[in-house]
Design a protein. Sequence first.
Length: 668
Amino acid sequence: MDALVESIVQSDARAELTAGQLQALIGLFTSTSEVLSPSHALFRKLSATLAAFPSLEDGSQCIRLCILLCREVAHRKIIFALIEAHNIWVESIAAPSISALATSHARHRSGTTYETSEDRSFLSQLVLVMLVSAESRMKASDLVDFLGADVESTVEVLVSCYGSVCGALPGVLAAASGGYQLHLVARLVELVRELTFWTTYEELHSNLGIGSKAKKSLSQCTGSVSMSALSGPFRYHVGQLISHLVRYDFFAHMSMYLPHVLGKYLASPSSCSSSDGDERNVLMALSLLRNHLLLLQTLLMLTDQYALVLRKALCRCGLLSKVCGPLLRVLCRPQGCLPGELSLFVQTVAVASTLTYHSSECHQFWGENSSVLVAAADRSAVTLADSCIADPRTSAELVAQLVRLVVNSRSSAAVAPLLKTWESVLDSGGKQCVACSLSNPKSRSRPLDISSPSYNSLRCVFRVDTTAPPPPPAAARRGSVGDLLRQRRRGRHNREQRNLSRGRSRGRARSKRRRRHESQQARLQQRYHLLVQCTTPTTAVAREQTQVQLVPLDFVSDASSDESSDDRDDAADAYESTCAPQVDLSRWRRGPPPTTIPTQYICSLSHSLIRSAPVLSSTGYLFDEDVIIDYLQYYDVCPISGASMSRADLVVDTALKEELGKVRANFM
């Protein structure tokens, strides 16, 4: 083949490659591949062609040839050096296409159409060459910067690359791409995942002004911004990523490609005992599946914005029936031998259970495929019993995700084998860990359908032992005796320095707790207002009395909102010292709040689980109705803030009352 390449390259005496030579080389490297010497004449002529600033059509041919050459690992450094050496041509030829993409997005937002298929196709091929040749040296923030500091353009180009590689590599037969195709898809998914990282967003915000109200220059963004100030914009950024991925059909391409990977590399039991090349492809396929599932988990749990749109898009493209269901069947085979299958099993169950939450389409799928749930429960018992797992939290996590899947699927067939697994595999600590991880059914990362009939059948799984002490920190469990002794000696030597900075750190922690408490109290006050408005009488006299009760509360909140943060802290300290109730609350207090119960289920006075109806006060605190009514028989002030309070200032939170009625037994 080397002689054939040499004959094509030397067929024309010019220093650059002609259009005919480029087409002949593309056809040759499409069907076969061979490692060439770094000093080969092909690379010299390819460099001369790029240096001559070719047209867009000839440049596209050069890029396609570079993609084919990068199939060999030894060629990637050479191609990357060529692109770096001719970066001026790369930027100049890519600039019109980047500008056209940005124009199309602006016109789309204004309701007009703008065709950019050629520009998107060229940029996709150029980005593919840059990704595969640069390997891990190119980050997502670098790609966003190259594409005009536009996240939507970056997502559109990445999705276009993903779709072209998943269907067939440009100019390469899909059957011949094999491991190269897996490698390219893995790099693309890694970049999409990297766009969801907090560190990437922080870098985009500080360097490019992305995420701020108006894009700022680099000199205006050099100051550091706190994480709390960027948390809201970061969630909005992830929501925008979801909307872009849905708009450009990323999940449709994913649902088309992953079944192909499953059928080709993992469906056959002989994949465990294959040749070295096939085994390498199997490992790459497993890593590819993990990256896809990690991306889905990240998008499903990081933000509430566009979360419903994402779940509907995943259900519409058939991710559950095409990917999660077949993958669970593969992982539940009797003779499982895939490396790292336990972590992949947990990821698959977690994504499937979140997709199934309140989805009629998924309920129908699991109703027709309940045998998969039964096999998953049986397989988990065998896997956890046979394998020596160093961290028992892994076993608890697998059981917890299976419980979520069975409950959200509304299937009763898998309840019995799941209870058997829970009883036989987990000890008391593992059962407590499962119950605590599932204690909040409205958690974004672990939503649970408490109206499911399977929920009542698995009620024993959700019972939290509130008398048990909280688990020790992970570092203390893993640390050896020698580590603890060294830590103790080190702590003794550094005690003086720690005492010097303790007052300052304690002040910062107190200020942070106060701000968190104020925001929580403001939310409860807002909910109290809404509940009062819903229950306000229709007569004018009653409405006037209710408004009189709310005016002081609004005045206090409005006045405090105009103060600076330091003034608010000082005012809060003075208010607590002068207005705090000087009464003995030991009659109603039951110790510190338990860490195993979500805070929205705990009474602010008794510090225990709300056992009667949850009521909101005008001061913004949540109480157990029986406890606060008994307290008001003796005192007429709020037990927390000291403000005047009576029974008329209490409103029952009906939504929370209904939710508590379903989950209260889990904590008894």
